[in-house]
Design a protein around this ligand. Structure first.
Ligand code: FES
Ligand code: FES
Length: 162
């Protein structure tokens, strides 16, 4: 068993220190520190349910070493919902569009959608599908997830959202 190391990072706007073994993923470090909204699926980089924003970029936390996140900024779906108007609007749109069934994929899908919309993503269904191509859903068939991101993209284009 390796000795634990301390890593300092900012999660959902709060400075935190995690004590982790050097091989531990960011996903495991987050969940060991009660960030349970970051879901644990395949842990192999395939399903996307563990997606967080790492310095603003949608990132699969299961294939990111926690130790590599020293000094970096992480946002989870829950933290975004409380602190970011666009993310809160997208969460609401997921409800309005019926984009959630079991909900296991939803945090990762929403983080991927936030990344898309914050990087100038348009109301373009094909581009939206590409933006969530790293995220799997076993329930909804994706159409309603795309609908929710499309709806918010339209609102941004109309100037209804900053
Ligand atoms: S748990 Fe990270 S991609 Fe599946
Ligand atoms: S809503 Fe169940 S996996 Fe997507």
């Amino acid at each position: 068993m390796c000795d634990k190391i301390k890593i300092n990072l900012v999660v959902n706007g709060e400075p935190v220190t995690f004590e982790v073994q050097p091989h531990v993923s960011l996903l495991r470090a987050l969940r060991d520190n009660y960030y349970y909204d970051v879901k644990c699926g395949c842990e192999e980089g395939d399903c996307g349910t563990c997606t967080v924003l790492l310095d603003g970029i949608a990132t699969k936390s299961c294939i990111t070493l926690a130790a590599a996140c020293e000094g970096h900024e992480v946002w989870t779906d829950k933290g975004l919902g409380y602190n970011d108007a666009l993310a809160a609007r997208l969460q609401a749109a997921f409800v309005e569009c019926g984009s959630i069934q079991c909900g296991f994929c939803s945090p990762g899908m929403i983080v991927a959608g936030v990344h898309y919309l914050k990087h100038g993503g348009k109301a373009d269904r094909r581009a939206i599908k590409r933006s969530i191509s790293g995220n799997l859903c076993r329930c909804t068939g994706y159409v309603k997830i795309v609908d929710a991101i499309y709806k918010v993209a339209q609102e941004i284009e109309r100037g209804a959202l900053a």
